[in-house]
Unconditional design. Structure first.
Length: 126
């Protein structure tokens, strides 16, 4: 698994992290695409009322969508969008927007079960 994800935050700084999905070489109409725009990201920043805000975009294969979405929702995070960028990509890639607010350590604990599922699906591209 080459997708690396870092979830961390400090009290006074915002951060973002990009994790390119290098383990899946996506093709669009049988042409291998660049992975530069196929990365996951998570960002946290100070919110109001003493809470931080986390938002992210997870790049998932079709068979990862349901388990990852369930893990996010079961842990109290919001899935605010699910979409694809192409019609004929192989494997089918989906972009899931995730949102939450709270203490940074709590947000990291909430998102970890979903992140642990990425790359663990039983159906992998050939």
């Amino acid at each position: 698994m080459k997708r690396l994800v870092t979830i961390c935050a400090t009290v006074s700084l915002s951060f973002s992290a990009l994790a390119p999905a290098q383990d899946i070489p996506p093709e669009y109409q049988q042409v291998l695409t660049t992975l530069a725009k196929q990365g996951d990201y998570k960002a946290m920043t100070k919110g109001t009322g003493g809470t931080d805000v986390m938002m992210g975009d997870l790049v998932l294969t079709e068979d990862e969508v349901n388990p990852v979405m369930s893990a996010l929702l079961d842990n109290g995070l919001d899935v605010t969008a699910l979409h694809n960028h192409f019609f004929w990509d192989e494997p089918r890639m989906f972009y899931m927007h995730v949102h939450g607010h709270g203490k940074p350590a709590d947000l990291a604990r909430k998102v970890k079960p979903a992140l642990d599922l990425i790359g663990k699906s039983t159906t992998r591209p050939a």
